[in-house]
Write a protein of this length. Structure first.
Length: 159
């Protein structure tokens, strides 16, 4: 007899379930809508949000990246390529012995975990809260060093 009443309760739950769902939808439809003017006003991002990568510079304009490839080693999706080269007295890009001659991040592969930022000993790579990353071509989603570097504060802009 207990099996019969268990079956009846189960059938009753299954009959009532769609109406509970409709009641939830009806309650959401009656709520006041919030409209955000997106490009002019942006909602504040969370403190731990991680989006676009940026290569930082020192205050004197030199690159912080020393080409150590620790970020590439820490990347679980193998999205970072670093090719290091030696600094010379004629051409000095970073304060260390080496610099990143080639630095690329494949944003299609990137999972935005932040391991590269954690592994960097100089704080060169940083994930900012810029989230407009859409593109029409796959080639433009491979960010080069020139795309990632913060503009030099000591160099005057010519527009």
């Amino acid at each position: 007899m207990a099996d019969f009443w268990d079956d009846v309760r189960q059938i009753a739950k299954e009959v009532v379930a769609p109406f509970k769902g409709l009641a939830t939808v009806a309650a959401k439809l009656s709520e006041k809508k919030t409209t955000i003017s997106y490009p002019e006003f942006r909602r504040p991002m969370g403190v731990r949000s991680r989006w676009r990568h940026v290569l930082n510079r020192y205050d004197n304009g030199m690159e912080k990246c020393i080409g150590c490839s620790l970020c590439a080693g820490a990347c679980p999706s193998n999205a970072i390529l670093v090719v290091a080269d030696e600094n010379s007295n004629v051409a000095r890009f970073s304060p260390g012995e080496r610099y990143a001659r080639r630095y690329e991040i494949n944003m299609i592969r990137c999972i935005y975990c932040g391991f590269c930022q954690e592994a960097c000993p100089t704080g060169a790579i940083e994930l900012k809260d810029v989230f407009e990353l859409a593109s029409d071509t796959r080639k433009s989603l491979i960010y080069t060093k020139e795309m990632l570097l913060v503009p030099d504060p000591n160099r005057e802009r010519v527009d």
